[in-house]
Design a protein around this ligand. Structure first.
Ligand code: CA2
Length: 150
């Protein structure tokens, strides 16, 4: 059976492609989800994708992923810069975690330069748009395969 990966997108990412194309590109969230699922199929991962604007719902999904997934990709949006509860939930997750941001958060306003999630993550990718999600899935597939063969 293919390893399972959950892709979690946080607040306002449902607006992708509809506003601020200069910052976040023209792809919609549906396009991003479809690209992740296709990349997962290409590298042998069963990918599912969720988005919520609610912190508690994101936390519930992280808790649920503990029993059901091998890795998490998370773009917690602005909660990355403000939430302590999401990193607490991530600390209880034993699988691989990749933190993602479409934009380069270090080239933007100072409040975006710190993410509370980064210290809980296995890896962080920012500034590559949707390509970052696809690269993360490739890296997850490689890491899980090498763990299986160790
Ligand atoms: O670059 C990223 O992926 C962010 O996580 C996106 C968050 C932002 O608060 C983080 O600092 C960086 C915001 C997502 C908002 O997405 C929109 C998309 C289109 C139109 C308006 C908002």
């Amino acid at each position: 059976m293919s390893p399972a990966v959950l892709v979690i997108n946080g607040p306002n990412l449902n607006l992708l492609g509809l506003r601020e194309p200069a910052v976040y590109g023209r792809e919609t969230l549906a396009d991003l989800d479809a690209a992740c699922i296709a990349e997962g199929e290409a590298v042998g991962l069963a990918v599912s994708c969720r988005q919520s604007n609610h912190e508690g719902e994101l936390i519930d999904w992280i808790h649920g992923a503990r029993e059901t997934t091998d890795a998490l990709l998370i773009n917690a949006g602005a909660y990355s810069h403000t939430s302590q509860a999401i990193p607490d939930a991530l600390r209880a997750y034993a699988g691989m975690i990749v933190e993602l941001h479409l934009s380069n958060i270090y080239a933007r306003e100072p409040f975006r330069h710190h993410s509370h999630i980064s210290a809980t993550a296995t890896a962080v990718i920012c500034g590559l748009g949707s390509a970052g999600y696809r690269l993360a899935l490739r890296a997850v597939a490689e890491r899980l395969a090498s763990l299986r063969n160790a």
